[in-house]
Ligand binder design. Structure first.
Ligand code: WTA
Length: 670
């Protein structure tokens, strides 16, 4: 995105900002909760008397701060010689240290006082199936067995393993087993279909794919393995496919390639040596959406992951030994990586792992789980909250939710109405809401309240300790209150992305180029935000063409290329339309090939085609046929202009377009 485009975007967002900045309600955390919070204990130890002072000091002394956190939260096989080596845009943290996040997440608890503590309470979707409680010792043994199984398949340090699984215990087990032996996991969300999986497996050159026969969704066992069969057909790197039996489906197994998980682990020893990894050794690749259709492989490392997910879970969500933590995110996204797997496990916490839909068998399901397992800290996405708002408060009111003490939100801006509703009906008007702003690239929360922070609905408040997150104008000046700008991180942090897998140029271009000539080493997050007079951040959304549909990150370009792969389609442009529940829904403007007849059936077919190429997560809700779409002279589709026209907003100056008349033909979306 050019500076000029950024500017235009800021103007368009100004209207929204004005509304948000009128937010004057302030909610203070309960005194006792704040007083006893983990962060408050640390502040007292260090002699800080105010939150502001603490946040400011840890930002200024971020290297010293992260050093202390690394020593507090992680165990190291060998200490590091240097805290940070910063050669923008590349950071190396805890240089020379040896560690392994699987050791920190599992081994040390299984060998210590927490061995019989429950790590996961697995709640299957079918209500007639048993809840499974998995202790740290159980987890340790299961991880070791599968790690040995992977080794027996020839998986070695540095090899990539794709994990395409639903929310069952074997998913974190597979991730941890990879980490344990130094293999790099690449989890692919199970809501992607064969096409979405294939591009990710191909790019990662995975040696092994781990999957299941199927999974339960809304009461039905659905197949998953056939997607893998299709995806790996033309993936020469894939030697083995390991299949967990979950849904009892009869799936074909390819001789010599496919192995049942239970057979693989049956005779494996339950001890396995943990690889001593260098801090900077890769832990995982997670593909996320950017401005082009090609998903980018974000690389994260062991050292950073031993520290920040645990530290931020401990500080922001204040986890104590007797808490029951539930982060509802799917493990296929970053929130699942950091806050279902690494953060809570490194802390030795107990987490809920729920397999299924929030509304199955009815809208009471999540509340019944909270009640039954006495969930005390609960973290979800605004889209889920808005879904429950629509379903009605009678659902939370039917259940005893008094075990809850803290709530959290992530993935997209939370509108103040949803925030208030969440606080009232989940949180009995008592629980503070931690609205955490962060990204796949950051690995951990970046802008977020602490349990001591006075809250304003719709604001993730301030940069966390150890961060210097700011909002810059195009000249790298912090913007004054009320003005929109780009969220930036001017200083590095331990769990920052290290690279794009096999694409260093794109890494530089997407995150660092924007301010490079003024100040090298400023990370551009890709979000617009503004601050109010008290310094509270308000997030205004992405500056680039990335959609957030029900909190899931999808690129416009990826959906467009799926559409164009249909023989009837010549060209396509995709935009996000604001939606009351999902935040955004996908709307496609399609130009058909010469001679193809427009019909309602074809619209349905195209939507279905996207579903089958990319997965249900990318389903276009509305398809329009158009004769042309507005483009720049260099041929770039102007999604911003299409969106403005389709939503009935001013389109701005379009004189520079190659075909300004195409704007008139864009219909107003109903
Ligand atoms: C958006 C998800 C507003 C933002 C953790 C960011 C948010 C993108 C929030 C990253 C929040 C995340 N308020 N917007 N609390 N949290 N976002 O990589 O646009 O799936 O850039 O990581 O989600 O999405 P990702």
């Amino acid at each position: 995105m050019t500076v000029e485009e950024c500017h235009k975007m800021a103007e368009e967002k100004a209207a929204t900002t004005a509304v948000l900045l009128e937010e004057t309600r302030v909610f203070h955390p309960p005194k006792e909760l704040a007083e006893n919070s983990n962060v408050m204990q640390w502040m007292k130890k260090k002699g800080f008397t105010s939150e502001r002072e603490m946040r400011a000091w840890t930002g200024q002394h971020y290297i010293e701060f992260w050093d202390e956190m690394a020593k507090t939260y992680a165990d190291w096989f060998e200490p590091y010689a240097q805290i940070l080596e910063w050669k923008p845009p590349y950071a190396r943290w805890f240089v020379g240290g040896k560690c392994n996040v699987a050791y920190n997440a599992v081994d040390r608890h299984a060998k210590g006082a927490k061995k019989d503590k429950v790590a996961y309470i697995f709640v299957p979707e079918p209500t007639d199936q048993q809840v499974r409680k998995i202790t740290y010792l159980d987890l340790y043994k299961a991880v070791n067995k599968f790690a040995n199984g992977l080794k027996s398949l020839g998986v070695k340090k540095g090899d990539r393993v794709s994990i395409y699984m639903p929310m069952i215990p074997e998913t974190p087990i597979a991730m941890l087993a990879c980490a344990k032996i130094g293999a790099i996991h690449s989890v692919v969300f199970s809501g992607f279909s064969a096409g979405g999986l294939q591009s990710r497996v191909l790019d990662a050159e995975a040696k092994v794919v781990v999957t299941t026969d199927g999974f339960y969704r809304r009461g039905k066992p659905l197949p998953l393995k056939p997607n893998v069969d299709e995806a790996v057909q033309n993936a020469p790197s894939v030697e083995k496919v390991v299949v967990v039996k979950r849904a009892g489906l009869d799936v074909p197994m390819k001789e010599g390639r496919d192995i049942w998980y239970h057979e693989l682990v049956a005779n494996q020893p339950d001890e396995c040596e943990t690889e001593k990894m260098d801090s900077e050794d890769r832990l995982f690749i997670l593909y996320t959406s950017g401005t082009t259709g090609k998903p980018k492989g974000i690389e994260h490392v062991h050292g950073g992951y031993c520290v920040t997910p645990a530290q931020t879970t401990h500080w922001v969500f204040d986890l104590k030994d007797d808490d029951v933590w539930w982060c509802t995110a799917d493990v296929g996204w970053i929130t699942g990586h950091s806050y279902v797997v690494y953060g809570p496990l490194c802390l030795g916490a107990t987490s809920i792992l729920y397999e299924g839909a929030p509304d199955y068998p009815d809208f009471g399901r999540w509340f019944s789980i909270i009640q039954e397992h006495k969930v005390s800290v609960f973290y979800t996405a605004p889209t889920a909250i808005r879904m429950f708002m629509k379903a009605g408060e009678q659902w939370p009111q039917k259940y005893d939710l008094s075990s809850l003490r803290l709530l959290g939100s992530v993935g997209e801006p939370i509108n103040p109405e949803a925030w208030i509703w969440y606080r009232k009906y989940f949180g009995s008007d008592r629980c503070p809401i931690m609205d955490t702003w962060w990204q796949t690239e950051t690995g951990c929360f970046v802008v977020s309240p602490l349990p001591i922070t006075p809250l304003k609905p719709g604001s993730p408040t301030f940069p966390l300790p150890g961060f210097n997150t700011d909002i810059y104008d195009e000249d790298a000046n912090p913007v004054p209150p009320g003005q929109g700008g780009n969220i930036v991180n001017p200083t590095p942090w331990p769990s920052m992305l290290r690279a794009f897998y096999k694409d260093p140029e794109r890494y530089m271009k997407e995150y660092w180029q924007m301010y490079w000539d003024i100040r090298p080493g400023v990370y551009l997050a890709g979000d617009k935000a503004t601050r109010d007079k008290d310094g509270y951040f308000f997030i205004q959304g992405r500056i680039d063409d990335v959609l957030k549909v029900a909190g899931h990150r999808i690129s416009n370009a990826e959906v467009e290329s799926a559409l164009v792969s249909h023989p009837a389609v010549a060209e396509a442009a995709v935009i996000g339309k604001p939606d009351e529940v999902k935040g955004e829904v996908i709307v496609a403007f399609v130009i058909l090939r010469e001679g193809v007849k427009e019909s309602e059936d074809l619209k349905k077919e195209l939507a279905k085609h996207v579903r089958s190429v990319l997965g249900p997560v990318a389903y276009p809700e509305i398809v329009y046929f158009v004769k042309d779409v507005p483009k720049t002279r260099s041929g770039k589709i102007m999604r911003r202009v299409i969106k403005a026209k389709a939503l009935g907003n001013p389109v701005g100056d379009i004189s520079a377009l190659a075909n300004p008349e195409a704007v008139d033909a864009i219909p107003l979306i109903k």
